[in-house]
Ligand binder design. Sequence first.
Ligand code: OMP
Length: 271
Amino acid sequence: MNQSELFSQIQQKSSFLCVGLDPDLEKIPRHLLSEKDPIFSFCKAIIEETADFAVAYKPNIAFFEALGAKGWETLAKVSELIPKDIFTIADAKRGDIGNTSKLYAKAFFESMDFDSVTVAPYMGKDSVSPFLEFENKWVILLALTSNPGSMDFQLIEDKAGKPLYQSVLEKSQEWGSPQNLMYVVGATRGELIGEVRKIAPDHFFLVPGVGAQGGSLSEVAKFGMNSSCGLLVNSSRGIIYASSERDFAQVARKEAEKLQLEMRELLEKYL
Ligand code: OMP
């Protein structure tokens, strides 16, 4: 999916919601455990109920690969279920020397046909570029993450006082364009989203951290929205585990709808 198709989905649905699929056997409703593939049944029900409000789905690969070969099979079945007009993100946080990155890219873009993959910038250009060589596919590069440990390296300043995440943003713009490169910017860093937007005015941001991690959607929109929206805001646990009862998918639907209604207002306000 290209950038204008993504923006057009956002306009059609009045939503920039990404539903995170982080299915954990210990957290899914108990009654699903008797199913042949409980994780598949869980994701299927969540996707069916939230697809009206979501412009993206982000399966977190860890939750699938933790289950071994069966987890990979489930991931493939789940990704096939996602409607074709919805953007897909393989949240795998990959990156390695060039020839290895190339095969990671093939795994997620060719074997599984995801639209995008999350990539760590730490190993530099040759570890990221192989992912950028696929037409209509995207790298989502970690810039300023939502977790407390983001302070450990990302905010360290160089001699000129520039924090590392800003160098990542500047340097990586030499490798890709707003047509194939997005950035992860955590919703928990509301005050800094505006700084990121100044450095990357045209790129889409994947913004995790609303819901369970406490980030503010209105702050994200205020500081982060650009003229093509430029935001995919993710919520995982806040939606998928809103209920652990038999009605979990309907409750997930309500949570997704709540966020979408707020997003509609924010799009009307800032776009
Ligand atoms: P919830 O906190 O349950 O909404 O989940 C957040 C999801 O986003 C998880 O799958 C995380 O792995 C992911 N994530 C972050 O929470 N923080 C980041 O900085 C980056 C990501 C990510 O790349 O998606």
